[in-house]
Write a protein that binds this ligand. Structure first.
Ligand SMILES: Nc1ncnc2c1ncn2[C@@H]1O[C@H](COP(=O)(O)OP(=O)(O)OP(=O)(O)O)[C@@H](O)[C@H]1O
Ligand SMILES: [Mg+2]
Length: 150
């Protein structure tokens, strides 16, 4: 099934000049970029985005971290894009993440793990809606749309 998923390159990823590396990996895999923006997200937006973690001990630290500098928001599309991108990102804790994943190759801590990605179709819909207007999402053909079932 062709899915859309929301990805954020977090302030640590931008600060470490890893934006291009993240985008390169998703493109090389065969995913399609349909939305892109950069901003310092507001505390209010960060709290909405991470609402599921409100009760966790690390919540306020997480909100401070994600609003601490510019981050890049993206929407990627492709067959099973949600699971495919979570695999490319690797496990939450960068030290446990497999080599070959973004977090496994570039991360050292559980919090500063470079990227965020939606974890379900419901989450993807909610997160895309928080950061993008439908008119900001591009519809355009790719040469391999047919082969990928897109
Ligand atoms: N124990 C922790 N201490 C500090 N920060 C944490 C901890 N657990 C998670 N985080 C931070 O909160 C984010 C959200 O946690 P979640 O459990 O949703 O992980 P995830 O789904 O792998 O990551 P993300 O939602 O960012 O894609 C993590 O990516 C990480 O930055
Ligand atoms: Mg998550």
């Amino acid at each position: 099934m062709i899915e859309r998923t929301f990805v954020m390159v977090k302030p640590d990823g931008i600060g470490r000049r890893l934006l291009g590396e993240v985008v390169r990996r998703y493109e090389a895999k065969g995913l399609k970029l349909i939305g892109l923006k950069m901003q310092v997200i507001s505390t209010a937006l960060a709290e909405q985005h991470y609402a599921e973690h409100r009760q966790k001990a690390f919540y306020s630290d997480l909100v401070s971290f994600i609003t601490s500098g510019p981050s890049v928001q993206m929407v990627w599309e492709g067959p099973n894009a949600i699971a495919v991108i979570r695999q490319l990102n690797g496990a939450t804790d960068s030290q446990q993440a497999d080599r070959g994943t973004i977090r496994g190759d570039f991360g050292m801590t559980i919090r500063n793990n470079i990227v965020h990605a939606s974890d379900s179709t419901e989450t993807a819909r909610r997160e895309i809606g928080l950061f993008f207007d439908e008119t900001e999402l591009m519809r355009y053909p790719m040469p391999d749309d047919g082969w990928l079932g897109a």
